[in-house]
Design a protein around this ligand. Structure first.
Ligand SMILES: [Zn+2]
Length: 126
């Protein structure tokens, strides 16, 4: 991460209140382990544009790997719902058996939460 300037990291921190953009973990104790994360992976043509960059903790950064944002969203939603990961072959087999996969609600990353609103605080007031 040596190529990223401190000012870039500080500016990116404003996007997510100096927390991991994905999980919201606080960097207060571990600024050394902050990763500048490409939402659309660089390995797949993602750019260094400010819009494509967020701060991520080590754990999220390594879990996300080369997934793009939407792939990671599906992965995170499944993980949160406790749905096991199946291999392609297993998925094919399950489909042949007529298994229907449950609909999974889209995962919302910390950086996407409406500002000033706690998670889960949705009392349908609109
Ligand atoms: Zn994280």
């Amino acid at each position: 991460m040596g190529q990223h300037t401190k000012s870039l990291v500080l500016r990116l921190g404003l996007k997510s209140e100096n927390r991991c953009w994905y999980c919201g973990s606080d960097f207060a104790d571990e600024w050394d382990s902050v990763h500048v994360e490409h939402q659309f992976p660089k390995s797949r043509g993602g750019t260094n544009d400010f819009d494509n960059l967020v701060l991520a903790c080590r754990r999220c950064n390594s879990t996300k790997g080369d997934k793009d944002l939407e792939e990671y969203r599906v992965y995170a939603a499944k993980k949160e719902a406790g749905i096991p990961k199946f291999s392609g072959e297993q998925l094919d087999w399950l489909e042949v058996q007529g298994f229907e996969f449950p609909e999974i609600e889209g995962h919302v990353f910390f950086g996407e939460w409406p500002k000033g609103q706690e998670r889960g605080e949705q009392d349908g007031e609109d």
